[in-house]
Write a protein that binds this ligand. Structure first.
Ligand code: SF4
Length: 232
């Protein structure tokens, strides 16, 4: 497949963001697909494309043409693009090709990821990304797997690889305080472990449990019910 045939399914594009994505003004590109099933997921439409009428498909040039409206903001502030999701690393081929094609724009290319993908995906883009925001969920294997249904070892191995390859200056860890899963004690444990690994840039935030109706995503609704019944 040539790069021109690559396509990215995008659930949303959010412009003129500041503070949360690293340096400068950024535009968040929310791509489809996620390997995790977090009990309080805010974005279950990215799981399976149930709401396909919201999802747009972009070629490399289509996406560039949509994002370039903020070129001056990016250049003036040192900002650029934040690839998010869902899990953007599932779309590493598109992202790699996009950055290689548009690296001369002077934009920053950042990524918000849960890192729960085969390490080969991460290896393909690690040298191209300027700044990573890592959604850590939890640093305890049992709690992590209960909450995300994902493989903790895969996440942890990828985090170690990222630290080694990119360095801690390029990483911010997002550490949530998750209702019913965390008290301040668990949050402190999580932060301590991340600091022990050498990550200093840690952003704490409290999840607000989103209202979730069955008709929005039956899978997400049932997933949360199972989670809540298993910890009560
Ligand atoms: S990582 Fe978790 S919260 Fe984010 S989209 Fe996937 S399931 Fe939802």
């Amino acid at each position: 497949m040539t790069d021109d045939n690559l396509k990215l399914k995008v659930a949303a594009i959010s412009r003129i963001r500041t503070v949360t994505d690293g340096e400068g003004v950024t535009t968040l590109v929310v791509s489809m697909g996620c390997p995790l099933r977090c009990a309080y997921c805010l974005n279950p439409i990215t799981w399976d494309g149930t709401y396909n009428n919201f999802v747009k498909e972009y070629t490399l040039d289509d996406l560039y043409n949509e994002l370039k409206i903020d070129d001056l903001y990016f250049l003036a502030t040192g900002g650029g693009i934040m690839f998010g999701g869902g899990e953007p690393l599932l779309n590493y081929k598109f992202i790699k090709a996009f950055i290689e094609k548009y690296k001369d724009t002077g934009w920053k290319f950042n990524m918000e990821t849960s890192l729960n993908v085969p390490i080969e995906y991460l290896k393909e883009v690690v040298d191209l990304i300027d700044f990573f925001v890592v959604d850590t969920k939890d640093m305890n294997k049992e709690r992590y797997e209960l909450y995300t249904k994902g493989d903790y070892e895969r996440f942890l191995n990828n985090l170690k690889f990222l630290l080694d390859k990119a360095g801690s200056d390029k990483i911010k860890a997002r550490v949530p305080i998750i209702p019913k899963l965390h008290t301040d004690k668990e949050y402190e444990e999580n932060s301590k472990m991340l600091k022990g690994m050498g990550i200093e840039n840690i952003e704490v935030f409290r999840y607000i449990m989103p209202e979730l109706r069955k008709k929005v995503s039956k899978e997400a609704f049932e997933n949360r019910e199972v989670f809540l019944s298993s910890i009560e």
